[in-house]
Design a protein around this ligand. Sequence first.
Ligand code: THU
Length: 160
Amino acid sequence: MKKIEIPTQLSVYATLKELPADVQQLMQSAFTARDNAYAPYSNFQVGAAILMDNGEIITGSNQENASYPSGLCAERTAIYYAGAKYPNTGIKTMAISAKAMGKAITKPVPPCGACRQAIAEYEVKQKQSIALYFMGDSGEVFKSDSLENLLPLLFTQDYL
Ligand code: THU
């Protein structure tokens, strides 16, 4: 038996103001998208904004359903729309923010496992890393340079 270590790395920004100006702007788009969430069951609103290689910003928010599993997270809403609208354009960066009714969200909210898998699929497809910035409503912002940092041992088409 041997053990392997899989290193991972994140950058931590103390506040939104520490981010480069263009990323601050992208996060502002995630804030705006968040307000369009349809989240009557969880009251947890998530917004995602994607910067494409062509400069366009695509946004998404979580869309819930009375049949709970039929709902979709903000990140997948956004990235599937990006893939559907621009199948041949690279995805550069995604910014994510979440807020809740009656509770301050001050810790960075990472994408769920299913969203990580979905985002990673596009990273593999385009052979170009996707930078991910995520935060709550305020407080620290975490940055991952690639999905590989958030999803080690990624399942890809290579296994099929
Ligand atoms: N949610 C997202 O939109 N993104 C995530 O990565 C985590 C969870 C949504 C799904 C559901 O509408 C609500 O947040 C509570 O789980």
